[in-house]
Ligand binder design. Structure first.
Ligand SMILES: O=C(O)[C@H](O)[C@@H](O)[C@H](O)[C@H](O)COP(=O)(O)O
Ligand code: SF4
Length: 605
């Protein structure tokens, strides 16, 4: 086992000793109450299965057969979630087939960050993760279930569902993905057309045509953003069936995996002998495995908050120094857009999860001694699923990548480290993803150009005010200010400036998309402007230095000068109404810092 990864794991175990022990005691207490239908009063129970068939009522009352609760984030807004429309009926049939019962326990909201990118709705996005966690809890609180099935894929949905599952950690949960859409035009071509549009060289028609050829059917978008990072992380943490992440919707293999996962949810309950509650599967080692796999593939920066919040829901305390230390020893062995030209379908074809896990286990970068929904040992996940003569089976995954441009070896990685750094300095704490930067772009020292809204940058860009070496500062984007939106719309103009040869970077208390990456960005900066962060005092022309190698984000202005500066707090009234934002004023005030997971749900009673 890599010594640094073992050391970080030990540090997390030590740091989490008290909270993890309390968590395990909590879920054991919940388990000892027995199959939960046994404690509901007859009245409750009658309500709980009033709509069931006579046979189901008998089965449920006898407590001999598992009742699986389905939580779904289906809607037609996310291409990735659209396939879920038919999943509940399919899952129920598969479970009935083995003599157990499934009930649709509840739905959760799901936002498509692509639809809301750059729009007011994006201000609800991060908070929707915690709303999803709470909404899933509402469904699960009917207390009728021996295990759960979670249907979710995109950005905030999987993290929210994991946070909720862990809150009901005495129950087993299985996550069932629906898979990526077939590849459209290359993501790089999509990005090229966007940059041409940003420069006024193509019109909206060409832009829309290009986008529609990229995002063209049901299934997850094919770039390696937060959605596909979610699938990879949750599979490495042992919550999917092996190889389930990136099988396209509507295929025989996809359907077979959904049926098999449904049946598996009946097999690992406390009614049988293979009880595997999610609170035991997600332990310190599986969290470290999730982080390492994210880093080895250049996954989404949003997980520097989501994984922190997910781990915290299981009493496990993770911080950005853990990410930084793990990144420094984790080799980058996958190049998937925005970290390369390939998309997630190419990754799958080149060897996919089985190859990735096999290679990282071989190099001692993943803990094998973990529990998964399939039993002991992560090495089960070096197998990949196939359907042969109509039968689902698992075979050994490839020892060699089928495309060395997409998947590398431990001996010859694409980069020696995972390309994610924690930054500190007088501006506070931030993270920067360097895995998708061109060489030498991770260090920028240049004059600041300050904005308080991402929408003001287009005018400055079009006026040529940004045609110089500069650090673009966008403040008042933090969790407590406006809900910490993604500022991914800034990627095309800033990429144009970088392509012109200027040394350009972004500093913000907001976020970027998992699909961002070409321009150096110190993001998730806290203390945020609204909380008195020094970012609120930055003026145009101040020199700001960002250096991933030295882990710094620093404002080169003297203390004396800073002491003289008066902060004019931005009036956020406009930013906090419209598109439902007014409904989130309460949640926003309860948000913790980005390094604590930027969450509103972890507050002591
Ligand atoms: O974190 C993420 O992965 C993003 O939020 C992603 O889900 C979002 O949809 C991007 O905006 C897509 O990228 P484009 O905007 O480039 O399509
Ligand atoms: S990956 Fe992003 S853009 Fe695509 S469906 Fe999911 S949330 Fe929407």
């Amino acid at each position: 086992m890599n010594s640094v990864i073992q050391e970080v794991t030990n540090t997390i175990i030590e740091r989490s000793k008290v909270t993890r022990a309390a968590y395990l005691a909590k879920i054991e207490k919940a388990r000892l109450k027995g199959p939960h239908r046994g404690i509901l009063s007859c009245g409750n129970l009658a309500h709980g299965f009033a709509a069931c068939s006579p046979q189901e009522k008998t089965d449920l009352t006898q407590l001999t057969k598992a009742n699986v609760g389905i939580i779904s984030s289906y809607n037609d807004m996310l291409s990735a979630h659209q396939p879920y429309e038919v999943y509940p009926a399919k899952i129920k049939a598969a479970i009935e087939n083995v003599g157990s019962v499934a009930q649709f326990a509840g739905g959760v909201p799901a936002m498509c960050d692509g639809v809301t990118q750059g729009q007011p709705g994006m201000d609800l996005s991060l908070m929707s993760r915690d709303v999803i966690a709470m909404s899933a809890a509402v469904g699960l609180s009917h207390n009728m279930f021996d295990s759960g099935i979670m249907l979710g894929i995109c950005d905030k949905i999987v993290p929210g569902l994991v946070m909720s599952a862990l809150t009901f950690g005495h129950l087993p949960f299985i996550f069932i993905p629906a898979g990526p859409m077939e590849s459209g035009i290359p993501n790089k071509e999509k990005a090229r057309i966007r940059q041409l549009y940003a420069q006024g060289k193509v019109g909206r028609d060409e832009l829309l045509e290009s986008e529609s050829k990229s995002y063209h059917s049901a299934g997850t978008c094919t770039f390696y953003g937060t959605a596909n990072s979610n699938q990879l992380v949750v599979e490495v943490m042992g919550l999917h069936l092996p190889g389930a992440s990136f099988v396209n919707p509507g295929t025989e293999l996809r359907d077979a995996l959904t049926d098999a996962a449904s049946v598996q949810a009946t097999r690992i309950t406390d009614l049988g002998t293979e009880y595997r509650p999610v609170g035991h599967i997600v332990d310190e080692k599986s969290v470290v495995n999730g982080i390492v796999a994210l880093l080895a593939t250049g996954g989404s920066t949003n997980h520097t908050m989501h994984l922190v919040a997910m781990a915290k829901a299981a009493g496990i305390l993770v911080n950005w120094d853990d990410f930084d230390a793990l990144s420094s020893v984790t080799p980058l062995i996958a190049k998937i857009y925005p970290n390369g030209e390939a998309d997630i379908n190419h990754f799958q074809a080149a060897g996919g999860m089985a190859y990735l896990i096999k290679e990282l286990l071989r190099g001692g970068f993943l803990h094998n001694d973990v529990t998964t929904i399939c039993g002991e040992g992560l090495d089960k996940y070096t197998q990949e699923p196939i359907v042969r003569d109509g039968k689902l089976m698992w075979v050994d995954g490839p020892d060699k990548a089928l495309d060395s441009e997409v998947l590398a070896t431990i001996e010859k990685p694409f980069k020696a480290d995972g390309g994610l750094s924690a930054l500190s300095g007088n501006l506070g704490r931030a993270v920067i993803k360097t895995s998708s930067l061109r060489p030498g772009k991770a260090t920028v020292k240049a004059p600041a150009v300050v904005f308080e809204s991402q929408h003001d940058i287009d005018a400055a860009f079009n006026a040529g005010d940004l045609d110089k070496d500069c650090v673009v500062v966008v403040r008042y984007q933090g969790p407590r200010a406006v809900g910490m939106p993604e500022l991914h719309k800034l990627t095309p103009p800033l990429s144009v400036l970088q392509d012109k040869g200027f040394s350009v970077a972004l500093v913000t208390d907001g976020r970027m998309s998992g699909a961002s990456g070409k321009v150096p960005a110190a993001i998730h900066l806290y203390p945020e402007a609204l909380d008195g962060g020094l970012i609120a005092k930055v003026q145009n022309g101040d020199i700001i230095e960002i250096c991933a190698e030295k882990n710094i984000v620093h404002l080169h202005v003297s203390e004396e000068e800073l002491a003289k500066r008066i902060v004019t707090v931005k009036d956020l009234t406009e930013d906090r109404e419209g598109m439902g934002r007014e409904l989130f004023n309460g949640l926003r005030q309860a948000m913790t810092t980005p390094e604590e997971g930027a969450s509103c749900v972890f507050h002591e009673a």
